[in-house]
Design a protein around this ligand. Structure first.
Ligand SMILES: C[S@@+](CC[C@H](N)C(=O)[O-])C[C@H]1O[C@@H](n2cnc3c(N)ncnc32)[C@H](O)[C@@H]1O
Length: 343
C-alpha cells in the first residue's frame, strides 16, 4: 500500500519543510486553458495515459539507469552503517507512475516519492500501487515548480516528459537543484522528436492532401472554392498547437543549456544524451481501439472541432497499418534526450 501518512515513511519523513518558491521576479503567465501546462489537460488525459506507459516506461528505465549506481552506493552505505540515511528518489511530474513504480521495483531499499500536479494522474498510480501491494512509495500532489521538500533532501530525482510543460521551467530547474543533496543527480527526459504524434502528423498530412485534392477537383469543375473548404485543412492548426510547441521546447542540448542558464542554475555537471527508441506499443488488433482513444484525447479533440472526424480516423488507421512490422507491431520511432544534472 502507498504510504502518504505522517509516519517515518510518510510525506513528513521526506518533506521536512515546505520549500520557498525558488523564483524571483513575478509569477509565471497563466497557462492557456486546456494546454498541457494547464492541470485540466492532464486531469482529462489520466484515463487514457496508460496506453502510452510502454513508451514513457522505456524512457523511465533509461533515466533510472543513470542514477542507479548512486542509489546503490547509498543503499550499501546504509547496510554497512545504520546511522546513514535511506536513499530518497523523487519522481517529478510522475503521472501514472511509470518511473516511480519501476524505481520501487529496482530499489526496494530506497524511499520513493511519486509527485505530480494532477491528482487524476496520480489516482491511476494509486490504484496500481494498491493492486500490487507495494510499500515503499509515497504519492503526493505537488507542483514541480514548488516542491514541498527540504533543501538537499533528495539523492536522485527523475522527471520524464514533464518539465517542458511547466509554465515556469526556470522554477522547475531551480527546484531540482535545491532539493538535491550535494552530489545528487537529476535525470530529466525531454522529447527530441514529436514521439507518437508522428502518427497523427502523418494522418493529418494525408487528410489535408485528400481535402485539398477534392477542393482542387471542385475548382477545376468550376465550383467556387469557399472559405469553409480552405478552413478544413488541419496541418496549420496542428503545427500551431501550443501543446506541440511546449512538447518540443527542450529538444536539443543547446536549448536545455540555455534554459538552465536562464534559470541561473549551476550544476557541477550537465550531460545530455540522445535516446532513440522504436515504440511498438500498438499491435495490429489495437489499431481500431487506438483510433477511438485518440479521438477522445483533449489535444485531438480540440483539433477535430468541426472537421471530418471519420476521414481523419481512416487516415490514422492507414498510417498505423503502413507501419506494421512482420510481427504485427506498429513501429513508431521516437527520440528523446536524457539530461543528467549533477549537483
Ligand atoms: C507526458 S506526462 C508524463 C508522465 C510521466 N512522467 C510518464 O513519463 O509517464 C506529463 C506529466 O506532467 C505533469 N505536469 C504538468 N505540469 C506539471 C507541474 N507544473 N508540476 C508537476 N507536474 C506537472 C502532468 O500532470 C503529467 O502527468
Amino acid at each position: 500500500m502507498a504510504s502518504s501518512g505522517e509516519d517515518g515513511c510518510g510525506t513528513a519523513g521526506i518533506a521536512a519543510a515546505a520549500a520557498e518558491a525558488a523564483g524571483e521576479g513575478g509569477s509565471p503567465p497563466p497557462p492557456s486553458p486546456g494546454s498541457p501546462s494547464d492541470v485540466s489537460h492532464w486531469e482529462k488525459m489520466a484515463k487514457y495515459f496508460d496506453a502510452f506507459v510502454s513508451l514513457t516506461g522505456h524512457f523511465a528505465n533509461v533515466a533510472l539507469d543513470h542514477v542507479a549506481e548512486d542509489i546503490q552506493r547509498v543503499i550499501e552505505k546504509k547496510g554497512e552503517d545504520d546511522t546513514c540515511h535511506v536513499p530518497v528518489i523523487v519522481d517529478v511530474a510522475g503521472g501514472t507512475g511509470a518511473c516511480a513504480l519501476e524505481a520501487v521495483r529496482r530499489f526496494p531499499h530506497a524511499r520513493v516519492l511519486l509527485t505530480d500536479i494532477s491528482d487524476a494522474m496520480l489516482n491511476v498510480a494509486r490504484k496500481k500501487i494498491a493492486e500490487s501491494g507495494i510499500a515503499n512509495v509515497e504519492v503526493k500532489v505537488m507542483d514541480g515548480q514548488d516542491l514541498e521538500m527540504a533543501d538537499g533532501s533528495v539523492d536522485a530525482l527523475t522527471c520524464v516528459f514533464g518539465i517542458m510543460f511547466f509554465p515556469d521551467r526556470s522554477r522547475g530547474w531551480r527546484e531540482m537543484q535545491r532539493v538535491l543533496r550535494p552530489g545528487g543527480k537529476a535525470a530529466v527526459v525531454t522529447w527530441k522528436t514529436p514521439g507518437p504524434h508522428v502518427l497523427t502528423d502523418e494522418a493529418i498530412a494525408k487528410y489535408d492532401a485528400e481535402v485539398e485534392g477534392k477542393a482542387k477537383e471542385e475548382e477545376e469543375e468550376g465550383m467556387p472554392r469557399g472559405e469553409e473548404r480552405q478552413g478544413e485543412c488541419l496541418k496549420k492548426t496542428a503545427m500551431d498547437d501550443e501543446g506541440r510547441k511546449k512538447m518540443l521546447y527542450l529538444s536539443s542540448a543547446s536549448a536545455i543549456a540555455d534554459d538552465l542558464a536562464a534559470a541561473g542554475c549551476h550544476f557541477s555537471k550537465v550531460e545530455t544524451y540522445p535516446s532513440p527508441f522504436v515504440w511498438q506499443g500498438i499491435n495490429e488488433g489495437d489499431v481500431d481501439m487506438m483510433c477511438s482513444l485518440w479521438k477522445k484525447m483533449p489535444t485531438i479533440e480540440n483539433l477535430l472541432t468541426g472537421r471530418d472526424i471519420e476521414l481523419l480516423l481512416a487516415k490514422l488507421r492507414e498510417v498505423m497499418r503502413a507501419r506494421l512490422d512482420e510481427n504485427g507491431h506498429v513501429c513508431v520511432p521516437c527520440e528523446a534526450l536524457l539530461t543528467v544534472l549533477t549537483k
